[in-house]
Write a new protein. Structure first.
Ligand code: ATP
Ligand code: MG
Ligand code: MG
Ligand code: MG
Length: 483
């Protein structure tokens, strides 16, 4: 059976559809039902109210492949991107859900059958984990017993972990319960003694691929006691890129057909070779590949690189990618080219990309042109500063200087920090922030960069309307971009 990612996604959804699950389209990345969340970061988000019973659906089982971004709040993987083999800011989460329907037994049987029978993953390369009771909830002996029965594993392959890894909560209140993870060993001989170690940078070692959450308790008050939920539920999540790497026989998400074409594009644009190493150039290429996806998907939903919260996160991600391109020696705007590859690669599965192709290219290029100009100005000023600081042995860039770069030249504070850190200088960030806040209080919000093209603003309202779901069937485009 083919392991191309479109097939891996399709197989997952078909497997659960055949077992009575409604296949539900990915919700938008911008949460529709949760003002506390910046971006959807798990498959369960669109079902939150169904789990709590606030909302009723005509089905009690569902499956989806959900667009996720983990770049803020409790789940922030930004600093991991490019550095670990398994994290992106943007990824797809495959999930099956039971709303008070089946519970642990079926969930475990399904997961095991799909992995080992349908996908053909060797059991010898898998370890599962269950909750050990740390923190006072009952240890999940029930799940351990089911795993033992279903897999034949002994205790060495049914690991017991604590609250941080194996107990899930929706928030300070609401549904919660133990979870059970499945880990895969990348590399030559599966080595049980290495479980719990961070996988090596090439990806070898034990990597979590699938998390099964068993919602069985409810908590009415923060830190209060839990009571059993009237109907226990299941929420699972498996990273598409992670299972694709397993099935494609590669150790890194960035070597799967979902990402490798984008990495190769970054290599081609920079005239350098990608070697899959920990070297700075390879890290930069992976960062560009990931951030181009986040960029394309967010702009497709009408999020523009601007100064409000969510918009600013996008801007920072884009600028981070551009900075990495800059350090690879790419001299002209390039991020829009990688973003267009994202459209080609995934537009059949996510039609919003095709529909907003022109806009994605235009907004991305525009942002890069503007940022490169800012970068040039800011770098020049900083270099003069560094020269002066070196002659007096000063190690800290004064608050006024950092604030002035921002208020007068639009040079973001975080970027000033990154560049200073590269040169082993510090920045008086707190001081600079205080000055900027003060200036904003008297003069209103500072927007030193030219306003966005009014056409983008006008387009935004229209863009935030939902896109028609055409199904996950499309396949053709998925392997098109192998630059
Ligand atoms: P990890 O410990 O590797 O950071 P996690 O425990 O934070 O993963 P979960 O919150 O359990 O991840 O999410 C469910 C699944 O989603 C994970 O098992 C993994 O397959 C996938 N996943 C989570 N974060 C990422 C990411 N940043 N990039 C790609 N896949 C991810
Ligand atoms: Mg994580
Ligand atoms: Mg984990
Ligand atoms: Mg997990």
């Amino acid at each position: 059976q083919s392991a191309v990612s479109s097939q891996v996604r399709r197989t997952f959804l078909d497997f659960f559809a055949q077992r009575g699950h409604e296949v539900v389209a990915s919700a938008p990345l911008v949460p529709q039902n949760d003002p506390t969340l910046m971006f959807v970061n798990a498959g369960m988000v669109q079902f939150k109210d169904v789990f709590t019973g606030k909302e009723k659906r005509p089905y009690t089982r569902a499956a989806s492949s959900q667009k996720c971004i983990r770049i803020s709040g409790k789940h922030n993987d930004l600093e991991n991107v490019g550095v670990t083999a398994r994290h992106q800011t943007f990824f797809e989460m495959l999930g099956n859900f039971s709303f008070g329907d089946y519970f642990k037994e079926e969930a475990i049987v399904y997961a095991w059958e799909l992995l080992t029978k349908v996908y053909g993953v060797p059991a010898s390369r898998l370890i599962v984990t269950v909750y050990n009771g740390e923190g006072g909830f009952p240890a999940d002996e029930e799940a351990a017993a089911i795993w033992r029965k279903v897999t034949g594993f002994g205790d060495d392959r049914i690991q017991r972990l604590g609250l941080a890894d194996n107990f899930w909560t929706m928030g300070d209140t609401g549904p919660c319960g133990p979870c059970s993870e499945i880990h895969f060993f990348h590399g030559n001989e599966p080595d049980l003694s290495r479980f719990g170690e961070e996988p090596r940078i090439d990806g070898s070692g034990w990597t979590e691929i699938w998390n099964n959450v068993f919602m069985q308790y409810d908590r009415a008050e923060k830190d209060g006691p839990v009571t059993p939920l009237p109907a226990a539920s299941v929420d699972t999540g498996m990273g598409l890129e992670r299972i694709a790497s397993v099935l494609q026989g590669v150790t890194s998400n960035y070597d799967t057909d979902l990402l490798r074409g984008l990495v190769d594009r970054a290599a081609q644009l920079s005239g350098k070779r990608y070697t899959g190493s920990t070297g700075a150039d390879d890290v930069s290429m992976r960062v560009i590949a990931d951030h181009a996806r986040t960029t394309a998907f967010l702009i497709a939903e009408g999020v523009m690189p601007e100064k409000q919260k969510r918009e600013y996160v996008l801007r920072r991600v884009m600028r981070r990618a551009i900075r990495h391109g800059h350090r690879l020696g790419i001299e002209k705007p390039f991020l829009h080219e990688v973003a267009l590859d994202v459209v080609r690669l995934m537009g059949d599965v996510y039609p919003e990309l095709n529909e907003r192709r022109e806009l994605i290219a235009r907004v991305t290029e525009d942002e890069e042109v503007r940022f490169r100009a800012t970068l040039k100005r800011g770098m020049k000023i900083l270099e003069e500063r560094f020269g002066a600081m070196q002659s007096t042995d000063a190690r800290v860039l004064p608050a006024e200087a950092a604030a002035d770069l921002y208020t007068t030249y639009g040079f973001p504070l975080d970027l000033t920090q990154v560049i200073c850190a590269e040169q082993k200088f510090e920045v008086d960030v707190a001081g600079a922030e205080a000055i900027i806040r003060g200036a904003e209080e008297t003069d209103g919000p500072i927007n030193p960069e030219a306003a966005l093209d009014p056409a983008f603003r006008e387009a935004r309202g229209r863009l935030q309307e939902p896109v028609t779901f055409t199904g996950y069937d499309a396949e053709e485009g998925d392997s098109e971009v192998v630059a």
